[in-house]
Design a protein around this ligand. Structure first.
Ligand SMILES: [Fe+2]
Ligand SMILES: [Fe+2]
Length: 312
């Protein structure tokens, strides 16, 4: 198989796995992550994240640009049952597709990954079939959306926050995929950080879902830096900006009555501080290794994280 055609095929798979993650997450937010049905959806979304990760790493290893936009997941949103039927059809298509793709590729690592994606899609299909049966007639009841207790302005802020966290997640993943080969430790750390931001994202999308509001998960665009230093700087700037917005949000009088969200916001403020310090440390290590590659005489003077941020 030609390299360009292979990359295009893997990028389409990546976009489809991305769409699976988002679809199951939205559904989990809708029915509540803590319910048995919601937790099954969440668990499946997590497995789709591993799938996205495998594919993204493979694309990164081939020194190609991973496509960070999600594919189109056709679904009927009327009820839990109609959604499950859409999922069964989707996973069924993927089973066939991945089996065909595994036959097409020569690379043994890629063959193994594609086969595994197909096998796990079989498990997903069976899981959804089992739940369709388990929910029975109750699953056919159309969703009813309730009015929430937040002002339209606050809901808009939640939407913006969710959008910005979706961007943080995708951007960290893009950088992990592209730079993992160059620095495995940083790649893995960025993947973990993406998952932490995924948790932050869920606090806002759940509040929106509870208020009968949807979140579109439109592609927010991500930083496409070609060097690790600039990539980490872009992630750091976004992390610090999110922390400041969390602080502003936590101080808003409207949130005072929403104790649960206030607790989570306080947690997110300190966690973003923690994540920012991790990124700073990674940046310093990258700078050090870059400077140590240059002969001492020609070193232009050491950069600091602060000077890089201010000069950007
Ligand atoms: Fe998958
Ligand atoms: Fe799946």
């Amino acid at each position: 198989m030609e390299k360009d055609a292979l990359i295009a095929m893997l990028n389409k798979d990546l976009a489809d796995e991305h769409a699976s993650i988002i679809r199951y997450l939205i559904h989990a937010y809708q029915v509540g992550e803590a319910t048995p049905f919601g937790s099954m959806l969440l668990g499946t979304a997590r497995e789709e994240m591993w799938h996205m990760n495998w594919l993204g790493d493979e694309i990164g290893e081939m020194e190609a640009e991973p496509l960070m936009e999600q594919g189109v997941y056709p679904h009927d949103p009327t009820s839990n049952a109609t959604l499950l039927r859409s999922y069964i059809e989707w996973e069924d298509n993927l089973i066939t597709l991945y089996a065909q793709q595994a036959e097409l590729v020569d690379n043994s690592e890629l063959k193994r990954v594609l086969r595994q994606l197909g096998i796990e899609s079989i498990a997903h299909k069976h899981r959804f079939e089992q739940w369709l049966e388990k929910l029975g007639p109750a699953g056919e009841e159309p969703f009813i959306f309730e009015e929430g207790s937040f002002s339209p302005e606050m809901l808009q802020r939640f939407r913006e926050e969710a959008g910005s966290h979706y961007k943080l997640v995708l951007q960290h993943l893009r950088h992990a995929f592209v730079f993992e080969d160059e620095n495995c430790e940083i790649g893995s750390e960025l993947e973990l950080t993406a998952m932490r931001h995924m948790k932050h994202l869920s606090h806002f999308t759940e509040e929106l879902a509870d208020s009968g509001q949807s979140f579109a998960f439109d592609y927010p665009g991500v930083d496409k830096s070609q060097s690790m230093k600039w990539a980490l700087l872009a992630d750091l700037k976004m992390t610090q900006a999110a922390k400041i917005r969390f602080q502003e949000l936590a101080g808003d009088p409207e949130l005072k009555e929403h104790v649960g969200l206030t607790i989570e916001l306080d947690n997110m403020i300190t966690r973003n501080d923690f994540l920012a310090s991790l990124l700073e440390e990674m940046l310093q290590n990258v700078e050090k290794s870059e400077i140590s590659d240059i002969p001492v005489k020609s070193q232009p003077g050491k950069f600091t994280v602060g000077s890089l941020i201010n000069n950007q």
